[in-house]
Design a protein around this ligand. Sequence first.
Ligand code: AMP
Length: 190
Amino acid sequence: MRIVLLGPPGSGKGTQAKLLTEELKVPHISTGELLRAAVAAGTELGLQVKEIMASGQLVSDDLVLGILEDRLSQPDAQAGFLLDGYPRNLAQAKALDGLLERMQMPVEEAIEIAVDNEQIIQRIAKRAEQEGRSDDTEEVIRRRLEIYTEQTAPVSDHYQQRGILSQVYGVGSIEEVFGRIKGVLVQAAS
Ligand code: AMP
């Protein structure tokens, strides 16, 4: 199954993605993780994106599409994938449609996890303490949420128009939210 997981930073998307990939036995492809790995490895791409990521801005569409195409071309993604952190704007959603059409593996389901902003700010402050991420300060979180609302919300509309969007309420225990997501997938398969 080919799934796009949408939701603001701190919505629990990463946690749910890990559970889902275990359940579905497809790779979890997170553009944020791919970029962080490039920064940690000190590659040319990593050096290019380091400052942008630390300030909470989006990396250029071309750079992200490049690393994503490399990842989607790997053998394990041919059986399906769970995409997390991409697409982040309408241009990326269209670029992804084009890429996956060429690869003959279109997105089958888009799942959006909905959580309100104040809950997110509390959650991310906690994550910042645990993981020490440089893009997890309150100022940066607020900027990332603004960017999400402006740029990523139209992505939901895009999938809604394609008739493959499902929204899941993201407040509750990890198991509760995961149960809702599984419910959506059962419905999508029927
Ligand atoms: P994430 O782990 O998905 O929250 O991403 C962390 C950071 O990586 C973001 O704030 C952006 O700087 C960058 N990033 C991840 N995915 C994308 C994307 N699809 N487009 C542009 N920048 C991205």
